[in-house]
Write a protein that binds this ligand. Sequence first.
Ligand SMILES: C[S@@+](CC[C@H](N)C(=O)[O-])C[C@H]1O[C@@H](n2cnc3c(N)ncnc32)[C@H](O)[C@@H]1O
Length: 247
Amino acid sequence: MRISVLSLFPDLIRQFVGSSITGRAQQAGLFALETIQIRDYAVNRYGKVDDYCFGGGVGMLMMAEPVWQAWRAACQNDLPPGGKRRSIYLSPRGKILNQAKAAELSQIDHLILICGHYEGVDQRVLDEIADEELSIGDYVLTGGELAACVVIDALLRLVPGVLPDAEAYNRESHMSGVLEYPQYTRPAKWHGRKVPDVLLSGHQANIGRWQQLAALKETLRRRPDLFQKQQMTAEEWLELLDLSDSL
Ligand SMILES: C[S@@+](CC[C@H](N)C(=O)[O-])C[C@H]1O[C@@H](n2cnc3c(N)ncnc32)[C@H](O)[C@@H]1O
């Protein structure tokens, strides 16, 4: 997988992606990161990449030409035969990122992420190059760099080999539409709070059932909107109600 990020602050992206788990995956060659400095394609020798908005308004807008040229540079890379390329503009107007979208993007051979700054980017170049727009939430950031890092982090976790074991992410929140069950580590008693007995029992079937029900209970408590989408059998309902005191 190849990820190209078009940005006015590429160091932010390189620093973030080069750290921790994503950094190790990068060193292991599980994906390649390329950052493209949009200012390298400025329209004059003073590095101009932005201008005033037609029609007035406060703030500057990134010009179409530097973004277009930076995108063309990213497209120079060869795709494997039948490979998929996707260009995404990070934007508060975009569809909100979720786990299903991260999984979809983890299958793309060449992902191009376009980070805006200032008031955003001239619409004409977006219409020409962006396949879609993605937001990381209903709030406005100063630039697309943080959003690009969030997208990259979320999708890389799902690329085979990035985490040591697929189990590590298959049980996580949102993978199967529910939140993760509570987890505990040693000591078994801390500040008078005990780890649930079943987790110390060594009985794998009971532990699995407890985790499944605890995940449903957490989802019901914290995200009733997600819980409503669960298809639960009558038996599961009874079990959940029966066990709810011990969870
Ligand atoms: C200050 S914002 C521009 C906001 C734009 N004027 C608007 O109201 O929609 C600058 C850049 O930050 C990025 N950005 C801001 N909020 C974002 C969000 N919630 N998700 C993804 N990218 C965001 C976009 O790339 C955007 O071009």
